[in-house]
Design a protein around this ligand. Sequence first.
Ligand code: ZN
Length: 144
Amino acid sequence: MPDVIHAVCPQCRAVNRVQTGRLDSGPTCGKCQAPILSPHPVTLTAANFDVFVAKSDLPVVVDFWAPWCAPCRAMAPAFDQAAAMLHPRVILAKCDTQEELDIADRLHIQGVPTIALFVGGREKTRISGARSAADIVAWVRQNI
Ligand code: ZN
């Protein structure tokens, strides 16, 4: 990992430079002071999805879900747990496909839940169906 990485503030979308040695010490946004790297999944919408995925140097794992989807709701605690386990080297995020139809359409999300891994702004791989926290973590570690 380089000495300095770029991380996007989930609150204000500012692209922050963070020293990799400080990833563990709760870096905050230089613009709005919000925590940049959270041990909880961040919410991605049309307002921040593109910049977040494109400008984050850390891998971004997005859970594409929908409120009506029972397996998605069942997986939510496992995804939260995986976020804590992978923090702060990997960012976990959630995108509600019912609200964000354009994003789901553009990325050809066929069903929910779908978990996609973005590295360097590009989708590297995806899996569909509900997973346990351990499965999500193992899958991410295999692919980064
Ligand atoms: Zn900010």
